[in-house]
Design a protein around this ligand. Structure first.
Ligand code: NAD
Length: 340
């Protein structure tokens, strides 16, 4: 008897998020389905949407789902500014010990931008630094925010950066820091990265102070390759780098730990354009392609990458941030048409 095997279905946690999150995640889910990738999505709310239903910003059921599936695709989640609940995004990364935030920043063919020669990879420490959320009022009018730096976290992020550089045949790792001022904290970061660099003699290593690094990045981005940074500098430099290649609508990301991985774009919930069907889903789509590579669906990832490339190169269907007039759903539809 002959059995035809159905393609294996992947169980993946889906967090649509809020703001533009549901719009861009819908677009990406459609595109992955059009590419024929079999996925059982396990949908969960987070942030303000979850509080309304469960009383928790980061529901236990959501965290359990990611622990079980080991992979999640996540839309952005709003964090109130200066008040309210602490960041769900930071909470998720800490809870699951997703210690690496990997953000490849590259030009896309067919997308005009300030530079045409950008191909750099941001490796951001994702669990400590000023994101520890440890703040207190010392006396009225004086606040202390604690920047935590541990040798363990600095060493493992440096190891990730150099190992990534070796695996992907990259030539150089640059550590970005402010150890001239934070001699102990960023000094420990630098000492830890230097110790790891010694184990990778074939990969060039250099260091830059963060302010000068920003100047060099906007003048000569082609001189950078892999960047390894503490949490806050990594966050800021990510948005700066996105600006080099055409904006936040284009840059993907992955939060990686030893047990699980959460794939999400660099951008946030973009409340200024939410609910209008105008957001660019490319950043989340590219994050989903990192996810497909991660789970071994490399052929599907490549087909989607090529379909996206054809739609962008054709220049007829593109979202507002890229100078077009197409909606999020029309852009996703054009990629689906290329795939089917
Ligand atoms: P943002 O990234 O949401 O938006 C910055 C600018 O980029 C806005 O003008 C926005 O319209 C534009 N933009 C972002 N994504 C776009 C897309 N896909 N297509 C077209 N244009 C896009 O940053 P913000 O406004 O500073 O933050 C808004 C909220 O998002 C805040 O609550 C913040 O805490 C949260 N946030 C969440 C995450 C996350 O979930 N990982 C990341 C960053 C910010």
């Amino acid at each position: 008897m002959c059995h035809i095997l159905a393609p294996m279905s992947h169980a993946i946690t889906l967090i649509p998020g809020d703001g533009i999150g549901p719009e861009v995640t819908d677009a990406v889910v459609r595109i992955l389905a059009a590419a024929g990738v079999a996925i059982d999505w396990d949908r969960h709310d987070a942030g303000i949407l979850a509080v309304e239903k469960t009383g928790q910003t980061l529901p236990t059921a959501l965290v359990d789902s990611i622990r079980r599936n080991r992979v999640a695709l996540k839309g952005p989640v709003t964090t109130p500014v200066g008040e309210g609940f602490t960041s769900v995004n930071v909470g998720l990364r800490k809870t699951l010990d997703l210690y690496t935030n990997l953000r490849p920043v590259q030009n896309l063919a067919g997308v005009d931008s300030r530079f045409s020669n950008v191909d750099l990879v941001i490796v951001r420490e994702n669990t400590e630094d000023l994101y520890s959320g440890l703040e207190h009022v010392v006396v009225p009018g004086v606040v202390e925010s604690l920047k935590i730096t541990t040798e363990k976290a600095c060493t493992r992020i440096a190891e990730f950066a150099f190992d990534y550089a070796r695996r992907k045949a990259r030539r150089k790792v640059t550590a970005i820091h402010k150890a001239n001022i934070m001699k102990l904290g960023d000094g420990l970061f630098l000492d830890s990265v230097r110790a790891v660099a010694k184990k990778y003699p074939e990969i060039a290593y250099d260091e830059r102070i963060v302010d000068a690094a920003c100047m060099h990045l906007v003048m000569h981005p082609e001189r950078f390759d892999v960047l390894v940074l503490p949490n806050l500098f990594g966050d800021i430099v990510s948005d700066l780098a996105a600006g080099l290649v055409g904006g936040l609508g284009l840059v993907p990301g992955a939060n990686l730990g030893t047990e699980s991985a959460v794939f999400e774009a660099v951008h946030g919930s973009a409340p200024d354009i939410a609910g209008q069907d105008v957001a660019n889903p490319t950043a989340l789509l590219l994050s989903a392609l990192l996810m497909l590579d991660h789970i071994g669906e490399t052929d599907a990832a490549q087909r989607i990458r090529e379909a996206l490339g054809r739609v962008l190169a054709d220049r007829r269907v593109r979202t507002r941030d890229l100078g077009g007039t197409s909606s999020t759903s029309a852009f996703a539809g054009a990629i689906c048409d290329e795939l089917t």
